[in-house]
Write a protein that binds this ligand. Structure first.
Ligand code: AKB
Length: 320
């Protein structure tokens, strides 16, 4: 592994960014990882090098890249599915401009490697919902999904045309306890744990049988670093890889939590996010990732529930 990497994480204070920053610091050293975001968060590990950065500001981005001799960028800044529906124009602007800024730095060979996350939101109501293949019908119906789909096409284009080493994963819903989720449709699978511990009641914004692909954050971080460490030739897909771990419905996760908290109860009051969830796959075929760079998930639903309840309860004890 090349230890001379200088890494910039854009959108480092979000749900993935805070954990990815810590993981990359472990591998490359605290002084070789620069976290950036529109504003600082105390969720970042202590001692993290931090720069304030608006991901759409290419001048500011270039200044930071030069200042720290950055050669790798992880672009995580984005508006997610639910938030993007409330502000479509800004979502499109942020999600696309930030990507072009980074891809163009790759084209100019100012940076050597780029990570950009895509999502299961690239699929839509006409996509086969079960075992969704890597290559299939993609007609996303959300602003977020449209921006991720367009982004995938641009990543592949910059790779083919300008040899930009850009790598990407289509994340499912990500479950974590360290920081809050950022306005997605799959966020219920985190809120449910907080409410189970705090009030023993949860009012779910999706219907009970809405199955969606999900993954524990540790697995998502493992997949991300594994893809970025894979040899150039092994990364055969330059749009974005399907990535899968488990799938469950609100009812299934509720029943699993109830095994630990017997008086936990749930009600269902679906809102606009129900339609988004119904347009997404229930299960994902990620054989390309498993074959090309040996992807394998570790966490099952039972492991996730055990760990989420344990870690969130510990966190709460520290507060009181
Ligand atoms: C969302 O729900 O918008 C995200 C995603 C699946 O990309 N978690």
């Amino acid at each position: 592994m090349n230890r001379k990497e200088k890494i910039l994480i854009m959108g480092a204070c979000g749900q993935i960014g805070t954990e990815l920053t810590a993981a990359l610091q472990l591998t490359y050293g605290v002084n070789n990882v620069i976290a950036s975001d529109i504003k600082h968060s105390d969720k970042l590990p202590e001692g993290t090098l931090f720069e304030t950065l608006d991901a759409m500001d290419v001048k500011q981005l270039l200044t930071i890249i030069k200042k720290h001799s950055v050669n790798q960028v992880y672009l995580l800044a984005a508006l997610l599915s639910a938030t993007a529906e409330k502000n479509p124009e800004f979502a499109w602007k942020l999600n696309m401009e930030s990507l072009f800024n980074v891809l163009n730095l790759g084209k100019e060979k100012i940076i050597q490697k780029i990570y950009w996350p895509s999502s299961i939101a690239v699929f839509g109501p006409t996509t086969p919902r079960v075992n969704t293949p890597q290559f299939t019908i993609m007609e996303p119906s959300t602003v977020y999904g449209i921006s991720k789909q367009a982004g995938e096409r641009w990543c592949e284009y910059y790779f083919n045309k300008f040899n930009v080493d850009v790598r990407s994963l289509r994340y499912p819903g990500l479950i974590s306890w360290k920081s809050e989720p950022g306005g997605g449709t799959t966020d219920y699978a985190i809120h449910i744990f907080h409410e189970a511990i705090k009030t023993k009641r949860y009012n779910c914004f999706l219907e009970e049988n809405t199955t969606l692909p999900m993954m524990y954050m540790d697995d998502a971080i493992k997949a991300t670093t594994q893809l970025m460490d894979a040899p150039f030739e092994s990364v055969r897909i330059r749009s974005s890889y399907n990535l899968s771990a488990i799938s469950f419905s609100p009812k299934e996760i509720f029943e699993e939590i109830k095994k630990h908290i017997p008086d936990f109860s749930i009600s269902y009051l679906p809102d606009f996010r129900q339609k988004i969830a119904e347009s997404w796959p229930a299960t994902i075929d990620d054989n390309c990732a498993r074959n090309d760079w040996d992807w394998n998930h570790s966490y099952k639903l039972t492991d996730i529930v055990d760990e989420m309840l344990k870690m969130l309860s510990n966190d709460l004890k520290k507060l009181f």
